[in-house]
Structure formats: structure tokens, C-alpha cells
Write a new protein. Structure first.
Length: 144
């Protein structure tokens, strides 16, 4: 089942809005001066039952080795242990590739989960997507 996430084309949207247990995850690539940016938008609930969608999008984004990956979490209501594990693995992979990964617009509940799990220091968290873009500009200024 997880293999299906890898077969989706860039920009594929998984929309299961009628099923509150399934997340909506969208991956888009944007080209701007200096490189390609991967933007992943996550909405709903990420649990063990549906985390494969998030994992597939993160793996697809990092496989392209973009200038940066931004995960927009504004519409994310709940993230479980499996979702956290996937984000941590993606952050580690991004670090190996030298690709900044930023979690943007995480709500108070999601930030609280990250803090309780002691994951808040593993990630760069920004309040807005624009702030994430500025952070990327700072981090990538020395990157070829």
C-alpha cells in the first residue's frame, strides 16, 4: 500500500476529506531563482493508519534534491507517533542531503506535541510560509 504513494506524479493530491481519519497531503514543486522548492501541505490527522501518504510525499520531495522542503502544517489537526517518526526520518535524510527542511505554520497543538516529544529542537519551525522562505534564503546563501 505504501508503494502507491511513490507512484503518484508530482503535485498529486490525496484528498479524502470525507474520511476524517485520512489526511490530505499535497506535494508541489516550485522553481525560483536559486533552485527548486518542494512544498508539502498537510491537513487533517496523521496517524499510524494513514501516515504512508506523508511518508511518500516526503520521500518523493527529497529524492528530487530540491533547494529546500517546506512542510505547511496550518491545517494539520493531529499528528501521532508514526507521523513524528516519519518527520524525524525525513529531517535526518534532508540533513544528509544538505537540504533545509522547515515546518511552517504548525498550530499550537502540533507545536505542543513536538515539545512534549522533545522533537521541537530537531526542526526549524516558522510561523509563516514567507518566514520559511526567508529562513531558506539565509541557510542556502552559501550553497552552490
Amino acid at each position: 500500500m505504501a508503494q502507491q504513494a511513490f507512484d503518484r506524479p508530482f503535485g498529486a493530491r490525496i484528498d479524502r476529506s470525507r474520511d476524517a481519519a485520512c489526511p490530505s497531503v499535497q506535494l508541489d514543486f516550485h522553481t525560483r531563482s536559486g533552485g527548486t522548492m518542494a512544498m508539502i501541505t498537510v491537513a487533517g490527522r496523521i496517524t499510524a493508519a494513514n501516515a504512508a501518504a506523508l511518508q511518500g510525499c516526503l520521500e518523493q520531495a527529497l529524492a528530487a534534491i530540491p533547494q529546500a522542503v517546506i512542510v505547511d502544517m496550518a491545517a494539520l489537526d493531529v499528528i501521532g507517533a508514526r507521523g513524528l517518526k516519519i518527520l524525524i526520518a525525513a529531517q535526518r535524510r534532508a540533513n544528509v542531503l544538505g537540504v533545509p527542511m522547515i515546518l511552517a505554520r504548525a498550530g499550537q497543538r502540533i507545536r505542543q506535541v513536538l515539545t512534549i516529544a522533545r522533537c521541537d529542537t530537531l526542526f526549524v519551525l516558522t510561523s509563516t510560509v514567507a518566514q520559511a522562505h526567508r529562513e531558506i534564503g539565509t541557510r542556502c546563501s552559501g550553497r552552490p
